[in-house]
Design a protein around this ligand. Structure first.
Ligand SMILES: [Cu+2]
Length: 353
């Protein structure tokens, strides 16, 4: 079998070699000039064909895949609309440049093919041209960068006063969400207090009274529609990244350095299901930073509720403190109370959605 294979390869090689040799004799007979002219014409024609087929291909790919891209759906956050706008402007500018340069490249290759009596002009340098093709792209890039910085400072800057604050902590390999509770203040945490066995994944310090009403959640992040949400982003181990593609946002989760970003969801999860025509649609958090062997599994889920549903969900949540110390009464002053548990926990406690 291998002998046959080797023999075939050798035979094919000999045939190709003989054909090449024969065509060489033919070109000698016809005159080298003429052969070159002919091959130039063929190359010129192929260049134009490549241009036309290539442009059809670009258009076809777009028709085929556009509905699978992010831009097919409008941004799910108000702030993300700025990102979409910038992306569209970038596409428009680079699209025009792409079309112009590609069309000229292949058209010139055809138009200026070697012909009798045509001589190439020697044109090594032009200051005017250098200035034009340096300054024009620089101006366009500057405008894009300035807009980018403006939007960036907007979402990483101070959030509106009525923003809901949620803490999100990445760890190998999932996300932990924390709500500050009724007092609106996150209790202190200390990394040496982190203990997954004792249900303290964030290392909450129990002697800080602000911790007593903090809700810690690992299954889903609930946020209300039409309301600014500020994420305070932490990491427990290595660098992760909160990627919110539907909202057009992402931000690194860096151990020891909290990062923030805020946004306003425009559509509830239910509305998004109708918009996409996908009954199973959910907002996803993807970890956008390769963070270890379980990186692929760091898919978080965000549920965007109506204001009423969100309030209902929040009310049904029990603070981590109340779960861990059911015999202690959460108290704004931090003092332990001997009041019965029933008074501490709302009737709906524990009924997670
Ligand atoms: Cu990660």
């Amino acid at each position: 079998m291998s002998f046959l294979l080797i023999a075939t390869v050798i035979l094919v090689f000999i045939v190709v070699f003989q054909i090449a040799k024969a065509s060489e004799y033919v070109s000698v007979l016809k005159g080298e000039e003429k052969t070159r002219e002919q091959s130039n014409r063929i190359n010129g024609f192929l260049m134009i064909s490549f241009l036309v087929l290539g442009l059809i291909g670009v258009y076809w790919c777009n028709e085929l895949f556009y509905h699978k891209t992010l831009l097919a759906q409008t941004s799910a956050s108000k702030e993300g609309e700025n990102i979409d706008l910038m992306l569209k402007i970038t596409f428009a500018i680079t699209g025009v440049v792409f079309l112009l340069t590609q069309i000229l490249l292949f058209y010139f290759a055809w138009k200026y093919q070697e012909k009798e009596g045509r001589k190439a002009e020697y044109f090594p340098h032009s200051n005017t041209l250098e200035i034009i093709w340096t300054v024009v792209p620089a101006v366009f890039l500057l405008v894009l960068v300035v807009f980018g910085l403006k939007f960036w400072f907007h979402i990483t800057g101070p959030a509106p006063k009525d923003a809901i604050e949620v803490e999100i902590t990445g760890k190998q390999f999932n996300w932990i969400y924390r709500y500050p509770g009724a007092d609106g203040i996150f209790g202190k945490t200390y990394y040496k207090n982190i203990n997954d066995e004792k249900s303290n994944p964030l290392g909450q310090l129990w002697d800080d009274p602000n911790n007593q009403d903090d809700i810690v959640e690992t299954s889903e992040l609930h946020i209300p529609v039409g309301h600014p949400v500020k994420l305070i982003i932490h990491s427990r181990d290595v660098i992760h990244d909160v990627g919110l593609s539907a909202f057009r946002l992402k931000m690194d989760a860096v151990p020891g350095i909290p990062t923030t970003m805020w946004f306003t969801p425009q559509f509830t999860t239910q509305q998004m299901r109708e918009r996409t025509g996908d009954p199973d649609y959910v907002y996803e958090i993807s970890c956008d930073q390769m963070c270890g062997p379980g990186h692929f599994g760091m898919r978080g889920i965000i549920v965007v509720d109506t204001e009423a549903d969100y309030a209902k969900w929040l009310k049904s949540q029990k603070s981590n403190y109340a779960t861990l110390f059911p015999d202690k009464q959460p108290n704004a002053a931090g003092a332990d109370s001997t009041k019965p548990v029933a008074a501490v926990v709302p009737a709906t406690a524990g009924a997670k959605q």
